[in-house]
Design a protein around this ligand. Structure first.
Ligand code: FA5
Length: 356
């Protein structure tokens, strides 16, 4: 019996130091150490199992001693478990305290700006500085504002040049931002200076310079004594602001029913340096905009007396400007969601925040 006492004492001591060592490591290590003493094949269970083989008069006493030792070892591990959970909670608390909320946070990667957006900001900025108001207008437009008010009745062949998406609700997707001309004339009356950045839609065959969904930027000014000279000066100023230098342009007669005379403005292709490439359809020139002096019928539709007032209007493709400015050879890349095409904010040359 003395031997058993000694053996149980040794087991208790071993359990104490094993529990302390395991608790310093992890809860899992503690669980493994506990099963070495209390598991099915643990040292204490071996003693309990051997009780059956003892002489009957010793069994009760040995069983009692072994069970006492088991209880004690269980308590040792339970208290160690509690300690190590408390220590983990404390470590977590300490870590939270160590967190300094006044330190600067990790730097998030900053976004880039789409080249067309950058050009639109620049265009809007330069015209706002010259007293133009910015209008958006609806993308779902009526036939009246998109065509009829612009001197394009239903029988007019010019309708064919703007393949139109007709909607089932009697409206259409506007084919150009000129649709805002008569709306703005009726809203503001003369004299007026308005720009309209906005999306336009045409059922066109897509190629390197044509998309079915594209931006336009319309500008029009109505006042007394406005001439083609004013139009040319504004166009040159606009292009100088966008390209930050003088660029080679040419004006040539162009037909739009809502202007008289009508002028198209081309720019020497910056992709090929004017030699010819798919972007400029091998002509060396890229068509940037349509423009002209507002037709008297349009002024009349807008409630303005054409005998007293004249005005100019132009509609430019900001996407094409962006392609020239940033050397992008194919308009399809602009809507391709390729993030490599975005301009890091530090490379922007114009205003970076625009609220309209
Ligand atoms: C017009 O849309 C006229 N409303 C412009 C205008 C306004 C003329 C005021 C006179 C007075 P046009 O269809 O040429 O014209 O388009 C004008 C510009 O929009 C083009 O020069 C081009 O830069 C851009 N554009 C036209 N169609 C597309 C297209 N499918 N994809 C990309 N850009 C286009």
């Amino acid at each position: 019996m003395d031997d058993l006492h000694k053996r149980l004492k040794v087991i208790e001591e071993e359990a104490k130091s094993a529990a302390a060592a395991a608790a310093a490591k992890s809860i899992e290590a503690l669980r493994q150490a506990e099963s070495r003493f209390l598991g099915k094949k643990g040292s204490l269970n071996e003693i309990v199992k051997s009780v059956g083989k003892l002489p009957p008069e010793q069994r009760a006493e040995v069983g009692r001693l072994a069970n006492d030792a088991k209880r004690l070892v269980k308590e040792i591990f339970a208290s160690m478990r509690q300690d190590s959970t408390a220590r983990a909670a404390e470590a977590e608390r300490q870590q939270a305290v160590a967190y300094d909320p006044t330190l600067p946070g990790p730097v998030a990667p900053s976004g880039g700006i789409h080249p067309t957006t950058a050009v639109l900001w620049e265009l809007t900025d330069v015209f706002e500085r010259m007293g133009f108001v910015v209008e958006a207008g609806p993308e779902m437009e009526s036939e009246f504002y998109n065509f009829e008010s612009l001197n394009i009745p239903s029988w007019h062949p010019a309708r064919d040049s703007q393949d139109t998406f007709w909607l089932t609700n009697g409206l259409l997707l506007r084919t150009h931002t000129s649709a805002m001309q008569v709306r703005a004339m009726r809203k503001y009356g003369p004299p007026l200076r308005v720009v309209v950045p906005g999306m336009c839609f045409r059922n066109e065959t897509v190629d390197a310079s044509h998309e079915t969904t594209f931006h336009q930027f319309e500008g029009f000014l109505v006042d007394r004594h406005i001439s083609v000279g004013n139009l040319k000066a504004f166009l040159q100023l606009m292009l100088r602001e966008v390209f930050k230098r003088d660029v080679k342009i040419r004006l040539r007669p162009g037909y739009f029913p809502f202007v008289e005379p009508g002028l198209e403005c081309d720019m020497s292709c910056l992709i090929c340096g004017g030699k010819g490439c798919p972007t400029c359809k091998y002509e060396g020139w890229v068509e940037l905009l349509g423009s002209g002096m507002i037709h008297p019928n349009v002024l009349t539709a807008g409630g303005i007396d054409p005998h007293e007032y004249t005005g100019f209007a132009f509609g430019v493709g900001p996407t094409r400007l962006a392609m020239m400015k940033y050397g992008i050879g194919d308009i399809r890349l602009m809507n391709s969601c390729d993030l490599r095409g975005l301009i890091p904010p530090e490379r922007l040359t114009g205003p970076t925040i625009k609220t309209t």
